[in-house]
Every structure is written in structure tokens, then in C-alpha cells.
Ligand binder design. Structure first.
Ligand code: HEC
Length: 209
């Protein structure tokens, strides 16, 4: 039992060292990041869409962090853009880095898939675009109507996905979410060696059928 004190002191020292090196020092390093010239703050609508993204748990299947080092070429080859840098997230509180990649990384989905029409169809029914998709559909972001009123945004759907004779209209929540997805574009240049993979392999936008 007379070793208790050295063990306790050692344990506390190890914990303190880890806290300094893994929390405090990185925190100081990234707190000073300036926004990159090419990054614009989110608009009110994009922030509302971002809130939808958070509340519906899109982060459980999608990362927002094209990776560097040994993963660089793999991620760039997927068309997910250059490796992310800390400054890419200055307007993201909290960030949506994610840990799972059941679906593609989305940090540059706005550059890859700029069409609002595509996203609306995909959110209403992913299987209308890819019959193999395991992404959930989000029908509650839409409204079914007998006919479209002026100003309604009608979702384009292949015949077998249309609700009978009705039309599918995007609710404001769907439009906001799509505005957020379109804003996900970190394809501007950044300093350092990351630029060497910039622009590499952006996949060709896929169009709705
Ligand atoms: C259960 C896992 C899962 C969840 C939850 C999920 N997705 Fe997906 N997502 C996928 C998969 C798998 C794909 C690839 C197939 C496809 O495009 O449908 C995908 C594809 C996408 C794409 C196309 C990306 C590309 O590069 O082709 C977008 C955009 C997208 N998801 C947005 C969202 C949004 C927004 C949410 C939340 C409302 C969400 N996803 C929730 C699994 C998921």
C-alpha cells in the first residue's frame, strides 16, 4: 500500500500530460484559424437547413471530412475533394465531421452535385435515383397536393414514384436543407501541400432521371 501515492501521482501526471497535448495545445492551434478567402458565411436559410441536417441525424451516415495522409488519394479518387483543413470549419458550430461513411462524404457535395432539383428528388426518394440506395427517404419534408399552386416547387419524379395523380411539393424545410447541401463547397485553394490534390477527381454530377 505504500506505493499508492507514487501510483496516484503518476496516473494524474499521465492524465494531465494527455489533456495538455490532446486538448489544450490543439485547441490553441486551431482557435487562431482565419476564414479562408473562398469561404463565405452561411446565410439564414442555409443555417436553417443545417439545423435540419443536425436534427435528422444525417451525420450518422455521412462524414464531412475528406481525409489527408494515406487516405488522400482514396478520398480524392472518390470525388470528395482535397483533404479538409481546420479553417474549412470556421463557420461550423458544432462541426458535422461525422465518423461513419455509410454514404459519401458531403463536405463538397455542393460542388459535386449543384442541382437543387437532384437533391429534392433524392431526399424525397433516394431509390428514384439509385435503386440500390440504403439512404432513408424523407417524405415529411414534402407535401402531396392535387395540383401545384403558383410559387410551389414541384419535385421531379419517375412515374413509379409519383403518388398517383398528385404532385409532390417541397416544404420550406426541404428547400432549406437543399440550400445547405448546395453551400457545402470547400473547393477553394488553401495553403500548404493540400492544394496538390485540390480539384482532383470531382466526380461528374449525376443527374436525376
Ligand atoms: C442510413 C444511412 C443514411 C442516412 C441517415 C442518410 N444518408 Fe445520405 N446517403 C446514404 C447512402 C448509402 C448514400 C449513397 C446512395 C445514394 O446516393 O442514395 C447517400 C447519399 C447521399 C447524398 C448524395 C451524395 C453523393 O455524393 O452522391 C446526399 C446529398 C445525401 N446522402 C444527403 C443526406 C442528408 C441530407 C441526410 C439527412 C437528412 C442523409 N443523407 C441521411 C446513406 C444515408
Amino acid at each position: 500500500m505504500n506505493r499508492l501515492l507514487p501510483i496516484a501521482v503518476g496516473a494524474i501526471a499521465i492524465l494531465a500530460y494527455a489533456t495538455v497535448m490532446l486538448v489544450i495545445v490543439p485547441g490553441m492551434q486551431i482557435r487562431t484559424q482565419a476564414a479562408p478567402a473562398g469561404l463565405v458565411p452561411y446565410t439564414e436559410q442555409q443555417l436553417a437547413g443545417r439545423q435540419q441536417y443536425v436534427s435528422m441525424g444525417c451525420v450518422y451516415c455521412h462524414s464531412q471530412q475528406p481525409r489527408s495522409y494515406e487516405h488522400t488519394l482514396a478520398d480524392a479518387a472518390q470525388g470528395w475533394g482535397r483533404p479538409a483543413v481546420a479553417a474549412d470549419y470556421v463557420y461550423d458550430r458544432p462541426h458535422q465531421l461525422g465518423t461513419m461513411r455509410t454514404g459519401p462524404d458531403l463536405l463538397n457535395v455542393g460542388a459535386r452535385l449543384p442541382s437543387a432539383e437532384w437533391h429534392l428528388t433524392h431526399l424525397y426518394q433516394p431509390r428514384a435515383i439509385f435503386d440500390w440506395s440504403v439512404m432513408p427517404s424523407y417524405p415529411f419534408l414534402f407535401e402531396e397536393k392535387e395540383r401545384a399552386a403558383p410559387g410551389d416547387v414541384v419535385v421531379k419524379l419517375p412515374a413509379q414514384f409519383r403518388p398517383g395523380q398528385k404532385v409532390v411539393i417541397a416544404r420550406q424545410s426541404a428547400l432549406d436543407l437543399v440550400a445547405y447541401l448546395q453551400s457545402l463547397d470547400r473547393s477553394y485553394p488553401v495553403g500548404g501541400d493540400m492544394n496538390s490534390v485540390r480539384d482532383q477527381g470531382f466526380a461528374k454530377p449525376r443527374s436525376a432521371q
